[in-house]
Ligand binder design. Structure first.
Ligand SMILES: [Fe+2]
Length: 304
């Protein structure tokens, strides 16, 4: 048993128009058809939606939806999650139809990060066309990308993802973001599903922010797609959270920008694709090989 991939995300927002500009004009994703009233679907490939943004009273990441191979595995996972003491709620047939899945259940990790697990995905016949000219997003077996959550109960939450849900450890580092030798560093767990993506989920040892998410990652097909997206971000005056750079652990080239929801969107290219039979868990000490100057680092440097 194992999770196949990240299938979709659900976000609550009071700023649907701002999200729409961000998604279509800055990232370059496509509006999807058939979203219930007061919400919007956004596509990055042939799935009817990868982002479901629903109008609400707060800016909050509702859930990351992960796919299981079949109904039997979904039922087994549901039993494991309930046995681990997490709340489990079955989605109704209508809710499953809205998601374009056969069935799903809702839960959360021990730090309260929202999750859905589903089986029986669907595809749309209408081809994906980016309104901003993005050549495409890398999805398929590797899913839509990855989600990163905060986990103040780091060990407990890591245990949940590893031993209850069934993700595997890819990289288990402590990152040092300062030059201070006393800096204890921050624990991270980068975990993979049953696909070649370096991580489909990651957790960071820090308090859960009001947005409910650290970042999401989308992978573009071409380096020029990433560069042009960075240009669109600047033209639209979207705050850049980290400049262009390359990660050490998954080798992804890209940058981060702030979504209207307060969390970040990582736009990446050329990450490692891994055969798990030949992988030993790594433990890197720094996140980036070059670049990725974070907005808070920039502000600190400018203040000094
Ligand atoms: Fe990431």
């Amino acid at each position: 048993m194992g999770v196949k991939a990240l299938g979709y995300v659900i976000i609550e927002s009071a700023k649907l128009a701002e999200w729409d500009r961000f998604m279509c004009d800055v990232i370059g994703v496509m509006r999807g058809e058939g979203a219930p009233a007061g919400s919007a679907f956004y596509r990055i490939d042939d799935r009817p939606f990868r982002f479901w943004i629903r109008e609400g009273g707060q800016e909050h990441f509702t859930a990351a939806g992960y796919e299981l191979a079949n109904a039997a595995e979904l039922l087994e996972l549901k039993a494991n999650v309930a046995a681990a003491g997490r709340p489990v709620e079955d989605g109704t047939a209508e809710e499953a139809a809205q998601r374009g899945v056969a069935s799903f259940f809702r839960t959360s990790d021990p730090d309260g990060n929202g999750l859905e697990f589903f089986c029986g995905d669907t595809r749309d016949d209408v081809p994906f066309v980016s309104p901003a000219g993005v050549s495409g997003f890398v999805t398929g077996d590797m899913g839509m990308g990855h989600a990163v959550f905060c986990a103040p109960s780091f060990e407990k939450t890591h245990d949940f993802y590893k031993n209850v849900v069934g993700f595997g450890d890819t990289d288990f580092p402590r990152f040092h973001f300062t030059d201070d030798p006393q800096d204890p560093g921050m624990g991270f767990a980068f975990m993979h599903a049953d696909n070649g993506r370096h991580h489909s989920i990651a957790i960071a040892e820090m308090p859960v922010p009001p947005s409910g998410c650290v970042h999401l990652m989308l992978e573009m097909r071409d380096m020029a797609d990433v560069g042009r997206c960075n240009d669109r971000m600047k033209a639209a005056k979207i705050p850049e959270s980290a400049t262009l750079g390359r990660h050490v652990n998954d080798r992804t080239f890209g940058f981060y920008m702030q979504t209207p929801g307060g969390f970040d969107m990582e736009i990446g290219f050329d990450p490692l694709v891994i055969d798990w039979k030949n992988w030993t868990t790594t433990a890197h000490t720094v996140p980036s090989e070059w670049g990725h100057e974070w907005a808070w680092q920039k502000a600190l440097a400018e203040a000094q």
